[in-house]
Design a protein around this ligand. Structure first.
Ligand code: SAH
Length: 481
């Protein structure tokens, strides 16, 4: 049996109030709340009350509403499109409801649902675009939660973009035949260059781009957003990242980005995994670059989703260069890098007053040569070191740093699967670090943080690295990788 969705008892519509009058009877907080809500419209507000609270009075003065300082009388409702009874007295509200109904005007009695002809929604306002949320009495808190979620998803620039669309509507209808080409134009308008220009705050460029689209001199242009997906937890995605994923035609993602995060994109977006995980078949960087260029040329809106921050060990430099060379527009959206997620999981201050004021992001893969890289010198002078992709070089990192003079007792924190519920935390010293290489039980990505600041972390929820020290006691010397 298919599940039936129950019918709505209140059906949403958008009521024209432009040039009309809306009456609110009452002078207290409820009246003010309704005044604020209706104040988002261009209706003329008439407020009828003898006893007006100062905050409402201020609002009326600031918003040019009309105040009728008189006892309520039915003729105050004359010509109104809507009436709100917000007197606080049930008998009075009931009277107003009856009068309004007699005059054929829809009426709402505040906090008296059974007297209401209609309910007011929670509103996400991007005028002329509006999203109205109703719950039929399940409660304003639910409505506000939903409102907040939708608010996050919709760029503030959608309002001006919708206004621009209104200005183009007639010309588009005239110039473009009904059907596919009109649909393609509007899709490119709302997702392509005009939308991007508006997002960047340039209304003139948006209008220009829309004209170009209309005159057909500009094919729908592709665009690639290099987006940081954060360390793995869905709610560490940025609002901008999510918005772009909702607008994307194609999401090209690394294996390190969890399925749950990729799934936050538009449901019918094409998803292209490009691997990049040890041991899995994956595309080469050159193939990925070529893929992005090809998609951009085909006019697709692409999100290139990378774990953490795209500019930290993400090979974004090569992808940006390829896109630049091909003349394809692109942007970069930062993400929470793994080092920050690991630090949060350990309550580990990456900079610590009086202890360390600098931080190094490294892979440790440059430690093989004869000379010590600069970052190792920084580590010795007290910097906090975050080692990416460091598991297979853990012994090298430890031995080279110890050889160079960093104390074997320097604190080390290791997090596998930082930010995720399945994360594991380990603490120890530099002397314990080599054991990491031998551990077959760590299958997720691993972040290692080294330095005196690590001693300030919270070790209440971490396991000692040293347990495995005896299993793998050797600290390798030299370049015997
Ligand atoms: N651009 C990414 C890093 C990509 S390199 C970022 O900014 O985080 C891949 C390395 O990042 C992994 O080998 C691991 O060291 C680290 N990493 C990524 N996600 C991680 C996670 N959830 N927990 C621990 N380390 C992680």
């Amino acid at each position: 049996m298919t599940k039936e969705i129950p019918g709505l008892n209140a059906f949403p519509i958008f009521l024209r109030v432009e040039g009309g009058v809306v009456v609110i009877v009452g002078g207290g907080d409820e009246a003010l709340a309704k005044a604020r809500l209706l104040g988002q419209s261009s209706a003329h507000l008439r407020i009828v009350a003898t006893d007006v609270e100062p905050s409402l009075n201020t609002w009326i003065a600031a918003n040019g509403a009309e105040l009728i300082d008189a006892d309520y009388s039915p003729f105050h409702l004359e010509g109104a499109r809507l009436v709100f009874a917000a007197t606080g007295s049930e008998a009075m509200d009931r009277r107003i409801v009856e009068d309004a109904r007699k005059a054929g005007i829809p009426v709402n009695a505040v906090d008296r649902p059974d007297l209401c002809d209609f309910y007011t929604p929670a509103i996400v306002n991007r005028a002329p675009l509006a999203v109205a949320i109703g719950t039929e009495g399940a409660g304003p808190v639910l409505a506000q939660i939903v409102r907040a979620r939708i608010d996050q998803l919709l760029s503030p620039s959608l309002g001006p973009l919708a206004t621009l669309a209104t200005a183009f509507r007639e010309t588009a209808d005239r110039v473009l035949p009904k059907g596919n080409s009109r649909r393609l134009f509007w899709s490119a308008f709302f997702k392509g260059a005009p939308a991007r220009a508006m997002e960047a705050g340039d209304a003139e460029a948006a209008s220009h781009a829309a004209n170009e689209l209309l005159s057909g001199s500009m094919e729908r242009q592709g665009h690639v957003a290099l987006v940081g997906a954060g360390p793995g937890a869905e709610d560490l995605l940025t609002l901008r990242a999510q918005r772009l994923m909702m607008e994307a035609d194609v999401i090209v993602h690394d294996a390190l980005v969890p399925e749950e995060v990729v799934a936050m994109g538009r449901r019918d977006a094409e998803r292209v995994p490009v691997g990049k995980r040890k041991g899995c078949h994956s595309k080469s960087q050159a193939e990925i670059n070529a893929l992005l260029v090809r998609l951009g040329r085909a006019g697709r809106q692409v999100v290139r989703l990378k774990s953490g921050d795209p500019l930290v060990f993400g090979r974004a430099g090569e992808e940006m260069a390829a896109l630049r060379d091909a003349g394809i527009s692109y942007e970069v959206v930062p993400g929470v890098t793994a080092a920050f997620a690991a630090a949060a999981d350990f309550e580990l201050p990456l900079t610590l007053r009086g202890v360390t004021s600098s931080m190094v992001f490294t892979t440790g893969h440059d430690l093989k040569g004869a000379s010590l890289p600069d970052w190792a010198k920084l580590a010795i002078s007290g910097a906090t070191v975050a080692v990416y992709m460091g598991r297979s070089v853990a012994a090298d990192v430890a031995s080279r740093l110890i050889d160079a003079g960093l104390s074997p007792e320097t604190a080390v924190a290791v997090v596998e699967n930082a930010s995720l519920p399945v994360r594991r935390r380990f603490h120890g010293t530099l002397a314990d670090l080599p054991s990491l290489e031998q551990r077959a039980d760590l299958t997720g990505p691993v972040m290692t943080v080294i330095g005196d600041a690590v001693a300030g972390a919270n070790f209440a929820r971490s396991e000692p690295l040293a347990i495995h020290r005896n299993l793998a006691p050797r600290i390798r010397h030299g370049a015997d990788a």
